[in-house]
Design a protein around this ligand. Structure first.
Ligand code: AMP
Length: 139
């Protein structure tokens, strides 16, 4: 499948669609997942037109990993999470629903099941507050 430059994450990078941003640098962007599987569910994307890991330029693989490494402790701190799940899906058969490469950062705690994937839209005021919490933890 060819990369679709009008996918929602490409629009977010071009600022044609909104997001609750938590971090940005020259090569990556991080924002809240609007259908979080747990409070604090954050997405990191490269500013590179790749559907999945197989298409992603190696320099962006490295930049993406660095941003995940920077964000994961901030998400953990902001949500006082004992565990952090890092997930990345490649292809619809693997459950991928948005075809611009992205990494999920999801706070986890034992006994608390994750919500279903990409199902329920969260309250926007809550997502804004969660983004602020992560930004404060990054500072
Ligand atoms: P995946 O299924 O791994 O491709 O994950 C795509 C993720 O993007 C899901 O967790 C969705 O909830 C999330 N998502 C879809 N649209 C948006 C959006 N406009 N802003 C933020 N997150 C989104």
């Amino acid at each position: 499948m060819a990369y679709d430059p009008n996918n929602i994450f490409a629009k977010i990078i071009r600022e044609e669609a909104p997001c609750f941003k938590v971090y940005e640098d020259d090569m990556t962007l991080a924002f809240m997942d609007v259908m979080p599987q747990a409070d604090g569910h954050t997405l990191v994307i490269p500013k590179f037109p790749a559907e999945d890991l197989l298409d992603l330029d190696p320099d962006y693989v490295a930049a993406q990993a660095m941003t995940v490494k920077k964000l994961a402790p901030a998400v953990k701190k902001a949500f006082d999470a004992p565990g952090i799940m890092i997930a990345q899906l490649n292809g619809s058969a693997a459950g991928q629903t948005v075809f611009h490469f992205h990494t999920h950062i999801i706070p986890r705690r034992s006994g608390l099941e994750m919500k279903l994937h990409a199902r329920e839209m969260a309250d926007f005021d809550m997502l804004k507050e969660h983004a602020e919490r992560i930004k404060a933890a990054l500072a």
